[in-house]
Design a protein around this ligand. Structure first.
Ligand SMILES: *[C@@H]1O[C@H](CO)[C@@H](O)[C@H](O)[C@H]1NC(C)=O
Ligand SMILES: *[C@@H]1O[C@H](CO)[C@@H](O)[C@H](O)[C@H]1NC(C)=O
Length: 445
């Protein structure tokens, strides 16, 4: 049974295009029915179910009706145009269905929750065919009064064999895109742009066998972040353009994260390049690689903090971090003495083991010193101690620029943010997400 279903998944993907076999993932990802096959089966145009592209009529009820008509096979089609969304929708039990958002959905409702939830579905694609589909959350209308309560934009829950691509998610009142217990997914060619404030996460991932690539996030909280439980994730070509930065966490009790690769992550003006964050807690994060990171002017760079003061202490002595590699990190940090570019602040009760830092060269924009801080962390490279036991704390001061620290910049970097109290424009999807690379899949036009 298992073999047969796996074969049909592989054949489905082959018919969509060449299949890159990536060892990190545990199987094929993405929808199993091609877009054209879905389209030829049935198209459910929201305009035929009561929607109007007048930026006033609530598109919610029309989306629900179009979904009901196409959920067992077909395309729910939102044509180019401006739509208001006043009531939220939960689209569940779909199979072999696409949601083609070629228009723009503007939030007008004020409820919390999620504007669009896709739940308990399989073989689902949420995309635009013209690269212009977007959800505009107008979060600034809520944020300017000092409130951060409000809805998230898109949440996929317990859904498998799915993709989300070629869309912009803008100015969410709360989080932008959340994958909750999903499997076999591909998420790519996204532009996420939120307010310059905490609590407005970009893309959060909880799941198994998911390929995230070519995603840009501008905000002041999570860029692309993995939460527990998760395994077999490949996250590459990520552009954190004035963001909080990427992270694993926050981690609490019974953490279970393994086999995660982040590769080609570019971070500019962020809080950090990568943070693993916890306070107390239990369980494990293991077999993780962070390869080819470029940073410019971030506050923190490599930052492991197991006593993170921004979260309240979870039950347990600490999350065990083991077998984690940081390789080929280049660029500059804001102030390498004030906030050193390598910080392993591991728990004394549950030390980090099997940590590796190699080919790490970062310099500072302020001053002429960078500090590496290692506490209770074992492995090789930087200030890490060999072995596996006993509490210790050490700081290594580097007072001349390490060779090869300079790293390329993206031409689209910015030096100011969008704030969070005025309207944030919908961005175009960038044509590159990491210096010298093209998106792994061509952008929709
Ligand atoms: C360490 O993690 C890597 C993946 O990052 C994996 O290939 C390797 O087998 C792991 N080593 C051990 C001893 O588990
Ligand atoms: C990066 O973010 C800034 C705003 O913070 C924006 O002006 C710029 O267009 C963004 N880059 C891209 C490629 O969208």
């Amino acid at each position: 049974m298992k073999g047969a279903s796996f074969l049909s998944i592989a054949l489905g993907v082959l018919s969509l295009g060449p299949l890159a076999v990536v060892a990190q993932l545990s199987g094929s990802v993405g929808p199993t029915t091609s877009t054209s096959a879905k389209r030829s089966k049935k198209v459910c145009n929201v305009l035929d179910y009561g929607a109007k592209a007048d930026k006033r009529t609530d598109v919610g009820p029309a989306l629900t009706k179009a979904w009901a008509a196409c959920a067992s096979g077909g395309i729910v089609y939102v044509p180019a145009g401006d739509y208001a969304m006043a009531t939220w929708v939960t689209l569940n039990h779909g199979s072999g269905v696409g949601i083609q958002l070629d228009g723009i959905i503007y939030r007008t409702g004020t409820a919390g929750g999620n504007m669009i939830v896709v739940e308990n579905s399989n073989d689902v694609e949420f995309f635009s065919s013209n690269g212009k589909g977007a959800m505009q959350g107008y979060g600034y209308e809520i944020h300017k009064s000092g409130s951060l309560s409000g809805c998230r934009l898109l949440r996929f829950v317990k859904t498998q064999d799915f993709s989300i691509h070629d869309l912009a998610f803008v100015d969410a009142p709360a989080f932008h895109v959340f994958l909750d217990q999903c499997t076999n997914g591909e998420v790519y060619n996204l532009a996420i742009r939120g307010g310059d404030h905490g609590g407005l996460d970009g893309l959060d991932v909880v799941g198994t066998n998911i390929h995230v690539h070519d995603v840009m996030v501008t905000n002041r909280d999570e860029c692309v972040t993995v939460k527990s439980p998760s395994s077999n994730l490949l996250i590459e070509q990520i552009y954190c353009n004035w963001s909080g930065g990427c992270a694993i966490g926050s981690l609490g009790a019974d953490t279970a994260i393994s086999n995660v690769v982040y590769s080609k992550v570019y971070s500019v003006n962020c809080n950090q390049m990568m943070m693993i964050k916890s306070n107390g807690g239990s369980g494990t994060v293991q077999n993780v690689k962070f390869d080819s990171f470029i940073g410019h002017n971030n506050a923190y760079s490599l930052n492991v903090d197991q006593a993170w003061s921004s979260m309240s202490k979870a039950a347990g002595n600490g999350v065990q971090l083991k077998n984690i590699t940081f390789s080929n990190w280049k660029g500059d940090c804001a102030d390498g003495k004030r906030r050193g570019p390598i910080q392993f602040k591991c728990s004394a009760d549950v030390p980090c083991t099997g940590m590796t830092v190699s080919d790490f060269a970062m310099w500072t924009n302020a001053g002429a010193e960078v500090d590496y801080i290692c506490q209770n962390a074992y492995g090789s490279g930087a200030c890490l101690k060999a072995g596996s036991g006993g509490a210790y704390s050490t700081t290594t001061k580097v007072t001349s620029a390490p060779s090869g620290w300079q790293a390329p910049k993206m031409s689209t970097d910015v030096t100011t943010s969008f704030g969070f109290t005025s309207e944030i424009p919908i961005p175009a999807i960038p044509s590159t997400f990491y210096p010298g690379t093209s998106p792994l899949k061509a952008l929709a036009k």
